[in-house]
Ligand binder design. Sequence first.
Ligand SMILES: *Cc1c(COP(=O)(O)O)cnc(C)c1O
Length: 379
Amino acid sequence: MKFATKVIHAGIEPDPSTGAIMTPIFQTSTYVQDAPGVHKGYEYARTQNPTRTVLENNLAALENGNHGICFASGLAAADAIIKLLSPGDEVISCNDLYGGSYRIFTKIFQRYGIQFHFVDMNDPQNIVDKINPQTKLIWIETPTNPMLNIVDIEAVVKIAKNNNILVCVDNTFASPYLQTPLDLGADIVCHSATKYLGGHSDVVLGAIVVKDKALADQLHFLQNASGAIPGPNDSWLILRGIKTLHLRMDRACQNAQAVADFLVTHPKVDKVNYPGLKSHPQHDLAQKQMKLPGAMVSFSLKENTISAANKVLSGTKLFALAESLGGVESLIGHPATMTHASIPKEEREKTGVTDSLIRLSVGVEDIEDLIEDLKRALQ
Ligand SMILES: *Cc1c(COP(=O)(O)O)cnc(C)c1O
């Protein structure tokens, strides 16, 4: 099955009891058993829920994996992945990553004796330098947030395999339509389905997809034992969102390219970060690794101050000032004071998150209106 067919059909069958073409929302906490221990595969809804199962199977198909495991949020999925590790284990992560992932790593798991190293993954040698016998996991986010760097997944996987280390890719920014890390050798893919998979800014949910059965068993154990599961309504909303993932993504990427091309020519704009620009240092890698360059764009201003950024942030009408990304509507944000406020100033400036850096999640509106909106705000 090709991707556009999978989003609509993979793992999804009409309901056998009624013929309902859409997956029912199984709003139940428990299931009647025929005799003690004799049941239809469902005992208690923390452990299994049929709506969630359909979503998990659909996501596994989209990522070309074998097992999907869903969670109450993207961070609950990250929480389960790090819980595969034990005190004394070490993780190498990219240094330009989602602020909430940085926070759960450093503020929670570091206290439980897991050590994290944050490196610039543009140069794979930085990863090699941090590897030791305790290294158990490499955590990649690509494109990175908010600098839109591209990490070479295949190159990192090669280093990891030589050292028996698991590779996890947070695929939230690309979505499985643009990139399937399991095909490049990654062991684990995780998502904030809150973003492109849901696509309508109306639900928070997380997901993990793996190929390996033993790894899936451990993650299912953690899903049930820690209990951060998504409800059936939320699972259903993500299933509904996924059906148009490819259509939304095509339009959003096309709009993002046009927005980036416009910003490059604007006299008040300093630097534009978008993998679809020829000037992007990893433009070729993006073309090789991704179907399209994504719909996130960031840029800095020649006047590098918070007040200059604030004028733009409060000047747009269509680009709404809000955290998050990946919905049909365009959003504008200020990483330094919003998504990346939990990262110390020296840390964030090292990666390029300066005071004037502005991040756009480009939606699927009419491109002329979007550019007009940015033009006005930059004036
Ligand atoms: C939003 C986000 C997360 C966290 O997901 P939630 O669903 O908000 O918990 C993780 N990684 C990336 C890249 C994100 O954008």
